[in-house]
Design a protein around this ligand. Structure first.
Ligand code: SF4
Ligand code: SF4
Length: 348
């Protein structure tokens, strides 16, 4: 597989990376098999996170005893110095390495958090120290908020930026990708299949391949999924007129109900975490059922019943999404999933 330079990290990574979210929901043996198949297919860049429950550990198991070690990226949602330090040490242990190639601040979606991370007392200092100590090679950041992502790139304190990028959620193409290029910050594209909403893998990847310095990291849980994507990379990549027509049709069909998680709809008068509620169908597709119902998701979904139909969010959403209708639909889906989960749960 072709390799590309990941910005100022100077790391040469495979043109396609591996996203470690969905391996949480399959068995450990399946997870190990999927990671090893990715290595056989030439993938040399694997991304995971402290927050993805078993993902770091499973990747560590898959890599144990393998001759070729890929470049490893992981991340933490913690914003405290102690938390980052603890997550980094856990990650090193679970991945079975003494040094991680890229450590990222996970999901930084507002300017105050970014400023806090970069302040002299903030957690950036912990990663910079870990870099000097040889436990981290490079430092990056991930965000869903374009203005914050642009600020992060302009700060010149991060070597990579990870941001959603696919042919529906393509805002990054206008300014963020050119800005990252200008600052020599490596661009990692999260959600290349829009969290599972884009079923036409060929068109999704042909679109992304038009950006030669973007590294997409599809989340993979089955061997056939990665084989299908690698087949697209083997070309031809050019978008035919028929591909363009189909992309336009899908944009029209999906774009009107596709949440970019930009949070411009906030603040909600009932304090509903709208973008998280909007992502619920994707959680169902990608997360293990235990994570859906044992973690923080139920509280957020139950809160939707407090929506007072004020409509403020819809006025603010730049994509004109029918937010009130969609959160009601996602709550119904949540209730249906909860019933299924309760039926499966062993009785106490
Ligand atoms: S309509 Fe509901 S979700 Fe939207 S801002 Fe008002 S209370 Fe929040
Ligand atoms: S509902 Fe609209 S404004 Fe809110 S996060 Fe989604 S796309 Fe952004």
């Amino acid at each position: 597989m072709d390799k590309i330079r990941l910005g100022k990290t100077n790391m040469m990574v495979s043109k396609l990376g591996f996203g470690g979210i969905p391996i949480q929901r399959v068995s450990e043996d399946e997870a190990v098999a999927v990671v090893r198949r990715c290595l056989e297919l030439g993938i040399t860049f694997i991304d995971t996170a402290n927050g993805y429950t078993t993902s770091e550990e499973r990747i560590g198991k898959a890599l144990s005893g393998q001759r070729n070690r890929p470049l490893l990226a992981t991340k933490s949602l913690s914003r405290s110095r102690d938390g980052i330090s603890r997550h980094l040490q856990q990650g090193l242990k679970q991945l079975g390495v003494e040094c991680v190639d890229l450590y990222q601040f996970h999901s930084v979606n507002n300017s105050n958090t970014l400023d806090m991370i970069l302040s002299p007392d903030g957690p950036m200092a912990v990663l910079e120290e870990a870099k000097r100590a040889g436990q981290v090679k490079h430092i990056g950041i991930t965000s869903h908020q374009i203005d914050v992502a642009k600020e992060a790139v302009k700060s010149d304190r991060f070597e990579t930026i990870m941001f959603p990028f696919n042919f529906i959620s393509c805002e990054a193409a206008d300014e963020l990708i050119p800005l990252a290029r200008e600052h020599d910050v490596g661009f990692i594209g999260m959600k290349p299949l829009a969290g599972g909403m884009l079923e036409n893998v060929t068109i999704a990847f042909k679109y992304l391949l038009q950006f030669p310095d973007v590294v997409p990291i599809p989340g993979i849980e089955k061997i056939h999924q990665i084989e299908e994507i690698v087949a697209v990379l083997q070309g031809p990549w050019e978008m035919t007129a028929a591909d363009q027509r189909e992309m336009k049709r899908l944009r029209q069909e999906l774009g009107t109900r596709f949440c970019r998680r930009c949070d411009y709809c906030q603040p909600c008068t009932a304090e509903i975490a709208i973008s998280t509620v909007m992502a619920f169908p994707g959680f169902v597709r990608r997360l293990p059922v235990q994570t859906l119902f044992a973690g923080w998701i139920p509280a957020i979904m139950e809160k939707t019943t407090e929506c007072n139909q004020c409509g403020d969010c819809e006025e603010r959403c730049p994509y004109h999404l029918p937010i009130m209708e969609m959160i009601a639909e996602h709550f119904s889906q949540y209730e249906a999933e909860k019933k299924k989960y309760q039926r499966q749960a062993p009785s106490t």
